[in-house]
Write a protein that binds this ligand. Structure first.
Ligand SMILES: NC(=O)c1ccc[n+]([C@@H]2O[C@H](COP(=O)([O-])OP(=O)(O)OC[C@H]3O[C@@H](n4cnc5c(N)ncnc54)[C@H](O)[C@@H]3O)[C@@H](O)[C@H]2O)c1
Length: 259
């Protein structure tokens, strides 16, 4: 049986996933998409969120955070499964997880721009003492972040590597909604947003986006570090994020799965 996919948001990530589906992923077929700036590249029906949820067996969310609650509402009311790449939305909009409680939909959060979540999930079984994520990007990567404007930070004046923020994942998601999906994802895989510590650094010499996680359990400590070059289609995004969605789809249909 073929699973019909609907992609919500055909920007940098959604386009990469759409291309992979059109090239072919066993067991999946791109049925439709929702997009306010529809690219000419794909010959697919563009529909609203309600029709997308109605026509799809599995929805792939690739939207800005503020558009996610409307989409999840349409998905949950129809008990449709959804892959959510904008994991920060689950922290910024608590109504999403509240509404999810009365739905049979599964939410799947891919690893995105991070690595090491397999170990974090395994460590949860014996208990995690602390979880920290340190994210470093070019100063321009934080343009438009509410924390930056609230604290009158002039990103053009950042001439050396500077820590902009230290706090928990919930505070980070509110202050940097477009930058901290990785922190949100780590918190969801591990000990939750209040206990997951986040540091955000601006580095004018950064080559791309770097994310390091340090997760301490009773008997194991996980350190994972990823250096991502920005996606040419959206410098705020790492191309690994789109590839992690493709990996989820391949994992769902493969007879041999390594988690
Ligand atoms: N989990 C991770 O590690 C990770 C990594 C990178 C990016 N992200 C997140 O993934 C999401 C997508 O990233 P991107 O780089 O593809 O962004 P993008 O800006 O390139 O694409 C988003 C698309 O959504 C469309 N859109 C906006 N509102 C819409 C609406 N109401 N209906 C239909 N379409 C709408 C926009 O026109 C745009 O084409 C972002 O929220 C980003 O923060 C997550």
């Amino acid at each position: 049986m073929t699973t019909k996919i609907g992609i919500a948001g055909v920007g940098a990530i959604g386009s990469t996933v759409a291309r992979a589906l059109i090239e072919g992923i066993d067991g999946f077929e791109l049925e439709c998409a929702s997009e306010i700036n529809q690219p000419d590249e794909f010959d697919i029906p563009y529909v609203d969120f309600a029709s997308l949820a109605e026509r799809s067996d599995l929805i792939i969310e690739c939207l800005p955070s503020n558009a996610v609650p409307t989409l999840t509402s349409e998905a949950f009311s129809r008990d449709k499964d959804i892959i959510i790449i904008t994991s920060a939305a689950l922290l910024i909009h608590p109504s999403i997880l509240e509404q999810h409680k009365s739905s049979a939909s599964r939410i799947i959060v891919p690893s995105g721009a991070l690595a090491g979540l397999d170990g974090v999930s395994a460590l949860m079984h014996s208990g995690i003492k602390s979880a920290t994520i340190i994210s470093t990007k070019l100063p321009t990567g934080f343009l438009g972040a509410p924390f930056v404007s609230d604290h009158n930070i002039d990103l053009e004046c950042v001439t050396e590597k500077t820590r902009l923020f230290k706090g928990n994942a919930l505070e980070a998601a509110q202050g940097f909604p477009a930058n901290v999906n990785v922190a949100a994802t780590l918190s969801l895989a591990g000990i939750g947003p209040e206990r997951t510590e986040v540091e955000i650094w601006a580095d004018p010499n950064a080559m791309g986006n770097k994310h390091e996680i340090i997760v301490e359990g009773k008997l194991s400590t996980i350190r994972a570090s990823v250096d991502n070059l920005p996606d040419p289609a959206n410098p705020k995004t790492s191309i690994l994020a789109a590839q992690s969605i493709i990996a989820v789809l391949k994992g769902m249909s493969s007879p041999l799965v390594v988690l």
